[in-house]
Ligand binder design. Structure first.
Ligand SMILES: *Cc1c(COP(=O)(O)O)cnc(C)c1O
Length: 377
């Protein structure tokens, strides 16, 4: 089965991991600092805080914003559940707003209509790698006094009007899961230009420990002393994985370039089919295509999906609307509240998309997809 996503690991990544394993530092060492500096440089901001997953990055980001019980977070339902779950875990109320029918990204007008006096954060997701309309969310956040968070699990390497994803929002989160645009096996990061948000993120991912004597309440306790001012967790990315990340980052441009070639080949192959809709690229966006979301007729989506799987093409569906998960249903969220996102979901199939796809693989996916579209009922 051809997978829908897959890591690209080479000998330099293997050597980087092995060198870290042989060093004095398996975790909390110099490879973590090196990786964070490289991620921050790529994002075009001063601060990167590495963590153990994209979900941890979201949790750390929400903790840094200080959202809690009584606060509302407006976000998209067309995402992996973690975007919403991490806010709910902090005690915030998640409010889902509908998406743009073309890109599948959170619609700034729908988000604005969902804002109340309790809203503290608006979280966009760069679906498939396409950056959200950052100027509109910046404007909304400034007018309403909110923080703008960007879940960029799909979009490290994307740019908007020449600016890198990571520099567009108050806080941006990345995932380095194997299917994402670059990997550390498990891993993630929060990037920001804001010193205070960065400090809170860094503290939360390390138990909330305060080591700086100047900031301690009891600095004279002794040379061993460190103290906790706010609860945190241990979300530290080990040096072994950070070293892989730094090695991978050196090839991000090549990964993005191959993804663009695959995207162009699919577009070309399906352009003549009027029963499908191809991914939409907004003006000014240069996406690192994490997914290739093809939209097919809703009433045949399942049959087409099953046909592709039967032909050995490992397709996926991204995503079931987040509030369809029973955990949200049990909280009173109901189907039908974001009809555009639900309609997008009902037609969506993600075709294989990763840098290691050969031209022959792409041709095979194209043939299988055209066959499925012609025959599956
Ligand atoms: C993958 C993903 C996450 C979670 O990242 P993990 O590293 O798997 O924890 C969050 N949001 C989106 C949109 C994702 O695709």
């Amino acid at each position: 089965m051809l997978p829908y996503g897959r890591q690209s690991i080479d000998e330099t990544d293997v050597e980087a991991a092995v060198a870290a394993l042989r060093s004095d530092w398996l975790t909390t060492g110099p490879e973590v600092e090196r990786f964070e500096a490289a991620v921050a440089a790529r994002a075009g901001v001063p601060h990167a805080v590495s963590v153990t997953s994209g979900t941890a990055a979201l949790h750390v980001a929400y903790a840094a914003t200080g959202v809690g019980p009584g606060d509302e977070v407006v976000t998209t339902p067309l995402t992996f559940v973690a975007t919403a779950a991490a806010a709910a875990l902090q005690g915030a109320t998640v409010v889902f707003a509908d998406v743009d029918p073309g890109t599948g990204n959170l619609d700034p007008r729908a988000a604005e209509a969902a804002v109340t006096e309790r809203t503290r954060v608006v979280t966009g997701v760069d679906y498939a790698g396409v950056p959200v309309d950052a100027a509109a969310f910046r404007d909304l956040a400034d007018r309403k006094g909110l923080l703008f968070l960007e879940d960029a699990a799909h979009s490290i390497g994307s740019t908007l009007d020449g600016r890198p994803v990571g520099s567009l929002a108050d806080l941006t989160t990345y995932s380095f899961f194997p299917t994402k645009n670059l990997t550390t096996a498990e891993g993630g990061a929060v990037v920001t230009a804001d010193d205070a948000l960065a400090a809170r993120a860094r503290s939360f991912k390390n138990h909330g420990l305060v080591r700086d004597r100047a900031a301690q309440r009891y600095p004279d306790e002794g040379p061993w002393h460190q103290e906790v001012h706010a609860f945190g967790l241990n979300y530290r990315l080990p040096d072994v994985l950070a070293a892989v990340g730094t090695s991978q980052l050196a090839r991000l441009d090549a990964f993005v370039a191959r993804r663009a070639e695959v995207k162009a080949a699919y577009d070309e192959a399906f352009r003549d089919l009027d029963e499908v809709e191809l991914p939409v690229r907004p003006e000014g966006a240069a996406p690192a295509w994490h997914l290739y979301p093809l939209r097919v007729p809703a009433d045949r989506r399942r049959a087409i999906f099953e046909s592709l799987r039967a032909q050995g093409v490992g397709v996926q569906v991204n995503y079931i609307p987040a509030y369809w998960h029973p955990v949200f249903e049990d909280l009173g969220y109901r189907r039908g509240q974001c009809p555009v996102a639900e309609g997008y979901y009902r037609r969506e199939i993600s075709l294989p998309m990763f840098p290691g796809l050969t031209d022959a693989d792409v041709e095979r996916v194209v043939d299988a997809t055209r066959h499925a579209l012609a025959t599956a009922r």
